[in-house]
Design a protein around this ligand. Structure first.
Ligand SMILES: O=P(O)(O)OP(=O)(O)OP(=O)(O)OC[C@H]1O[C@@H](n2cnc3c(O)ncnc32)[C@H](O)[C@@H]1O
Ligand SMILES: [Mg+2]
Length: 180
């Protein structure tokens, strides 16, 4: 049974996403950890690696039985720049699951600023004339008029992680009962 989950961030949007998925009895431990990728990841691979690094850091260095890493990034394409988001769930049994989140295109003037090397978290505050967007509704919340905010988007990612973990645990149980 899961009693404690570490989260590799103190960002409230990320913590809320995890809180919404697991039962109230599960104790959440948010810790700021290095993602060991750029502050503004620029591809799916880099963003996914950031999420994995956050989760595995907690298992290795904080002795977390289960840890979740969530990471936001962007992907530039021929048709414009997209938001991308990834999550990873790692366990002290050596398992790791990853899942990608929703993606939408950024308006071009916003994307141009990021191409200049600025971090989305800073750019969006100016662009939307708001403060700490990344800790609240997120860019995705601004661009969808609050229909899908950052916590809701990451909630889906966490559901995909938790669901995969449950599936594999069930499979392991079946295999061990067969062997008996
Ligand atoms: O404290 P941490 O967990 O690092 O939270 P963060 O907001 O910095 O989140 P990420 O490092 O995962 O995001 C990478 C970059 O993309 C920005 N970003 C990603 N998604 C965003 C969103 O929905 N709204 C605002 N900024 C976002 C973020 O501010 C960073 O500059
Ligand atoms: Mg960050």
């Amino acid at each position: 049974m899961i009693t404690k989950i570490y989260i590799g961030s103190k960002n409230p949007a990320k913590i809320n996403a995890v809180k919404q998925v697991f039962p109230d009895s599960v104790h959440l431990c948010p810790v700021d950890v290095p993602s060991s990728v750029s502050a503004q990841p620029f591809s799916d691979d880099e963003t996914r690696l950031g999420a994995k690094n956050r989760a595995t850091y907690l298992v290795k260095n904080m002795k977390a039985p289960m840890a979740i890493g969530l990471e936001g990034g962007v992907v530039d394409t021929d048709e414009g720049m997209q938001l991308c988001n990834w999550g990873a769930l790692a366990t002290d049994t050596g398992d790791i699951y990853t899942a990608g989140g929703a993606r939408i295109f950024l308006p071009n003037d916003l994307a141009e600023e990021i191409r200049l090397g600025k971090e989305l978290g800073l750019v969006i505050d100016q662009w939307a004339n708001a403060e700490n967007v990344r800790k609240g509704q997120g860019t995705i919340g601004i661009l969808t008029m609050g229909e899908v905010d950052r916590a809701k988007m990451f909630r889906h990612v966490v559901e995909l992680l938790y669901g995969q973990w449950k599936f594999h645990e069930r499979r392991k149980e079946r295999v061990s009962t067969k062997k008996q």
